[in-house]
Structures are given as structure tokens and as C-alpha cells.
Design a protein around this ligand. Structure first.
Ligand SMILES: Nc1ncnc2c1ncn2[C@@H]1O[C@H](COP(=O)(O)OP(=O)(O)O)[C@@H](O)[C@H]1O
Ligand SMILES: [Mg+2]
Length: 511
């Protein structure tokens, strides 16, 4: 069977347009599908977005091959077999899909808005823009930045203004990390013995207003690597990482909240590789590797949080990108984390095979809810009744603070609400008694989180049948710090082996 390129297939433009129109009409006449999306908070959400055809695409008579239908996105992928050209619709489900008529405001409301209070409250929000070059990642991300800037400062003000914000921006190009607010100064991503990941010399600017924030974003975006490629001369082969941190000045012991916005490198990274020199090939491989690791990390985390049984370890140490975002993936991170992936699909029929790859990339990130109820774990705060939650709080505090259980777990609340509360709110409720100090409040909070994390890990162990990770080779904890500082070139077996043994050591015995 002869394979045909999309260019040849696109010659059958009339046939393609007709098939797509017929399929869309069939769908439209079918009953509106039931809206099954639950209101339950999800830790990982996947969104799809397709842009309008661009003027130059319309000029070239391009066919629109991506259509949004409810929350799904349908991609019409051309194929040729012995019977001639045909179209296979690829239907991908997501938390929501956005079409050409959906503006950034709608994307923001559905995908990002809830991350702002999360960040102010001491949590970690991460948003990834994924997709082929030219699919609209930067368009989405710069739109999100404007809305984030407006929302963050408005909400902070509404809550009393007791927050200090800092902004930093990095670029990850191959194995290099560069400061986008300091003339692309090389940076290092380091992890210390205690598991804290830091970018020590990064320029972190204090920001006090929306305008100042946006000025920094613009300055950073302008510095992004833009070395030309065959495909698009402003294509970005780097990941851009924008980090907003938020410190609570009224309650300094609340963990710093963080919001990461990531404009990822083009997902078509193996493109035109014959034109690349060796350095570019290595860089390309690193982009590929980091995107694959990212997918593995998000999927593993999603599996773990939906109580599915297939969980394995989360390999975030395999790329700088995922190492930087470690807290978002690690089960034992003692904070609320939310991740949103916005996958971008070019509507152009000529891009259909890249678009199909993008959909293939995100499809496994959507984990269906478990079919069987998890075995109840009495030590998991999330299933505690109102009474159990209150008596647990009582057991943690001195007699003098007898009002605290009622304040921390209100009449209508149970363990689930206690565990879902932001650190800031938890602490504020504790302090409102006037009897408990900040230190004690923090200790109660951490004790509760320890139970949440322990329950999570127990569940994982149970469901993976003990889940022992094989230890390849023992490495001293101190050695670990050295690794993160080292370059791992693709194809260099030695460093790779070291990398694997490190992760095995850590996941197997380090806890
Ligand atoms: N939703 C959209 N509506 C209108 N134009 C868009 C949209 N998304 C992208 N574009 C336009 O498409 C082009 C490519 O988008 P861009 O964000 O640069 O892609 P990427 O960052 O993925 O390479 C730009 O000219 C951009 O303005
Ligand atoms: Mg871009």
C-alpha cells in the first residue's frame, strides 16, 4: 500500500471538505452528549485548543481539520489506502476543548482561574502549553499572563494585601538553563539533600503591580532563544518557564505559593533534523527526552492521585524541566498541587500528523476515575467524618484551645474539607482562637499533611503489591547533589546509568 504525504492528500481538497462537513453534520444531529464532567477537584486537568486558520493558510487554500465538539476535539486525519483517500476522525476527550471562537478569557476561566487562590494560599500551580510550533502556545501563554497579572493583584488586594510576590523567568535549551531576566546568564537547577529544588542564582524580582509584572514577562519573552529553523524562523526550541512566587507576610510560616507557566518547546522537535549540526541534534534529543519525561511524570502523578492501581515511580529526575517542577509530581510533597496541560493543535490539514501526535501525547494524561471504590483507610484524613476530624484536632492541641476543633472543622465540614483547606486558611483559623500560636498551628498543619501523604503512599504500596523498587546500585545521599549539577548528554551511557541508579536509590530506600 503506497503511503502518501499530506500534501498529496490535500490535493483532494473537495473530497476532504465534503467528508468533514458530513461528519460534523452527523455529530450535530446526534443528541447533545450528557455533561459528565464532575465538579470534584482534579489535580491534573487536560485542555485542548485549536486556533483559527491564519491568513497565510487561508490564502493557500488550507483545509481546516480540527473541530471542537463539546469538551472533545475532533481531528480529521487524511490517509490513503488502496481504495483511495479517506479521512479518519480522531476524537480526543479533555476537561474542555477550545476552538477558534474561544478567546483567552474562556481558557483562563476554565483552566487557570482556580490556580490563583491556590497560589496565594501556599499551593503549587503549574500550567503547560504543549504543541507543535505555530500551533498557538505563545499566543495562549501571553494571554494567560495578562489575566493572571490582573487576577493575582486584585485578589491579593481583596484579601488584605499581605503578600509579597516575586517573579523569575528561565529558559531551558537542551541541558542549559538560562536566566531570561538577567541577559541569559547560565543557571543551575540544584536539589539538596533534603529534596528541595532550587535555582540558586536566578534573578527574582519583587513585583508589586500588574504593570510591573507584565513588563517583566515581556522582557523575558523577548529574550527567548529564537535561532531560526527551517519550519519557522521565530520558532522556539526552548522551554520558557515563568515563575511567580508568593510569600505570606502576615503568616511567614505558610509555605511560599508558586505558580509556574510553561511555554514548552515545539513538540515536533525531530523535524528537519538532516539540516542540523551535532550540537543541534543533541539539543533536539534533549527536548524530546524532557517532553517524554514530562508526560511520564504527569501520568504517574495522575494515576497516583486517582487511586488507580498501575502506579510506578515518578521519574522527575530524568530532565531539568521535571526536576524544577518536582513538587508538582512528587506524592510526598506536603502541599496542594494542581497541574493544567493545554495542548495546542494546528487546524491546518497539512499539520494533521503532528496534531495527531499531540493528541497521542495528551490522551494518556486523562485518567478515568477508578471503577472500584478504594479500600477505606481509617488513617486517611480525607475520609474522616465530622466527629473524627474534630477529635483528631482535639488530640493535637492543648486543653486551653478547646474551641479550635469547632473552628478548624466547621459544622458542615468533615475530613475532606480539612485536608483540602489551603495552608493559609488552616493557619488563620488556628490563630483566630487567640490561644494557639503560629508555630503550634504549623505543627498541626504538618501533622495533618503527614497523614494525607502517608495514606497516599500506603495506597500506592497496597495497590502495587508492596511495590518495592529494585535497587540497581546504592549511592550515598550526598552524591545525589553532585549529579544534578552535571550535564547528561544523550547517548552517554555512563551518566545515564548513574542517573537511573540515583532514582532507584531514592525511590527505593531514601524515604
Ligand atoms: N487562538 C488564536 N487566535 C488567533 N490567532 C492565533 C491563536 N493562536 C495562535 N494564533 C496566531 O498563530 C500564530 C502562531 O502562534 P504562536 O503562539 O506563535 O505559536 P507557537 O508558540 O505554538 O509556536 C501567531 O501568529 C498567533 O498570533
Ligand atoms: Mg511560541
Amino acid at each position: 500500500m503506497a503511503a502518501a504525504g499530506p500534501e498529496q492528500i490535500a490535493l483532494h481538497a473537495t473530497f476532504l471538505r465534503d467528508s468533514i462537513t458530513t461528519h460534523i453534520q452527523t455529530l450535530a444531529s446526534a443528541a447533545e452528549k450528557e455533561n459528565s464532567s464532575s465538579t470534584e477537584a482534579r489535580e491534573i486537568s487536560v485542555y485542548l485548543r485549536t486556533r483559527p486558520l491564519l491568513p497565510n493558510e487561508i490564502e493557500r487554500n488550507s483545509v481546516n481539520a480540527a473541530v471542537v465538539h463539546g469538551d472533545d476535539l475532533i481531528l480529521y486525519k487524511p490517509e490513503i489506502n488502496y481504495k483511495g483517500p479517506r479521512i479518519s476522525p480522531i476524537v480526543t476527550q479533555a476537561d474542555a476543548s477550545f476552538g477558534p471562537e474561544d478567546g483567552n478569557q474562556r481558557v483562563y476561566q476554565l483552566a487557570l482561574a482556580e490556580l490563583i487562590p491556590l497560589t496565594l494560599g501556599g499551593g503549587l500551580g503549574s500550567v503547560f502549553a504543549y504543541g507543535q510550533t505555530g500551533s498557538g502556545k505563545t499566543y495562549t501563554m501571553s494571554g494567560m499572563q495578562e489575566l493572571v497579572a490582573a487576577d493575582v493583584f486584585r485578589l491579593a488586594e481583596e484579601r488584605g494585601g499581605h503578600y509579597e510576590f516575586k517573579f523569575a523567568a528561565f529558559e531551558l535549551l537542551g541541558n542549559d538553563v538560562r536566566d531570561l531576566l538577567d541577559n541569559r546568564k547560565p543557571l543551575k537547577i540544584l536539589e539538596d539533600k533534603f529534596g528541595n529544588v532550587e535555582v540558586p542564582d536566578a534573578k527574582d524580582y519583587i513585583v508589586t503591580s500588574k504593570d510591573q509584572y507584565l513588563q517583566l514577562v515581556t522582557a523575558a519573552a523577548a529574550l527567548r532563544a529564537t535561532e531560526s529553523t527551517l519550519k519557522n524562523d521565530t520558532s522556539s526550541r526552548s522551554h520558557a518557564v515563568y515563575r511567580l512566587t508568593c510569600r505570606n507576610t502576615r503568616l511567614p510560616s505558610v509555605k511560599e505559593g508558586t505558580l509556574y507557566l510553561l511555554d514548552l518547546a515545539g513538540s515536533e522537535s525531530t523535524r528537519d533534523s538532516k539540516e542540523h549540526d551535532k550540537a543541534r541534534l543533541l539539543e533536539t534529543r534533549e527536548i524530546n527526552r524532557s517532553l517524554m519525561t514530562l508526560k511520564d511524570c504527569i501520568r504517574s502523578r495522575a494515576l497516583a492521585s486517582t487511586r488507580s492501581s498501575a502506579h510506578i515511580h515518578i521519574p522527575y529526575r530524568q530532565s531539568k524541566l521535571t526536576l524544577l517542577l518536582k513538587d508538582a509530581f512528587e506524592l510526598s510533597a506536603p502541599r496542594h498541587c494542581r497541574t493544567a496541560v493545554i495542548a495546542h493543535v494546528s487546524p491546518n490539514l497539512l499539520d494533521a500528523s503532528h496534531s495527531a501526535n499531540t493528541l497521542k501525547y495528551v490522551a494518556p494524561l486523562k485518567i478515568p476515575p477508578p471503577t472500584t471504590a478504594p479500600r477505606p483507610d481509617p488513617d486517611d484524613p480525607q475520609i474522616w467524618t465530622h466527629e473524627t476530624a474534630r477529635s483528631w484536632v482535639r488530640s493535637k492541641i492543648p486543653r486551653s484551645a478547646e474551641m479550635l476543633p469547632n473552628i478548624l472543622v466547621r459544622e458542615e465540614e468533615a475530613g475532606l474539607q480539612l485536608a483540602a483547606m489551603s495552608e493559609e486558611e488552616f493557619m488563620e483559623r488556628c490563630l483566630s482562637t487567640g490561644v494557639i500560636g503560629e508555630k503550634k498551628a504549623k505543627a498541626v498543619y504538618l501533622a495533618m499533611w503527614k497523614l494525607v501523604v502517608d495514606a497516599r503512599l500506603r495506597r500506592r504500596e497496597r495497590e502495587t503489591g508492596g511495590g518495592k523498587v529494585k535497587v540497581v546500585k546504592k549511592v550515598k545521599p550526598e552524591a545525589y547533589v553532585r549529579f544534578t549539577d552535571e550535564r547528561v548528554e544523550d547517548g552517554d551511557e555512563k551518566t545515564r546509568v548513574l542517573l537511573e541508579s540515583h532514582s532507584s536509590w531514592w525511590d527505593g530506600e531514601g524515604k
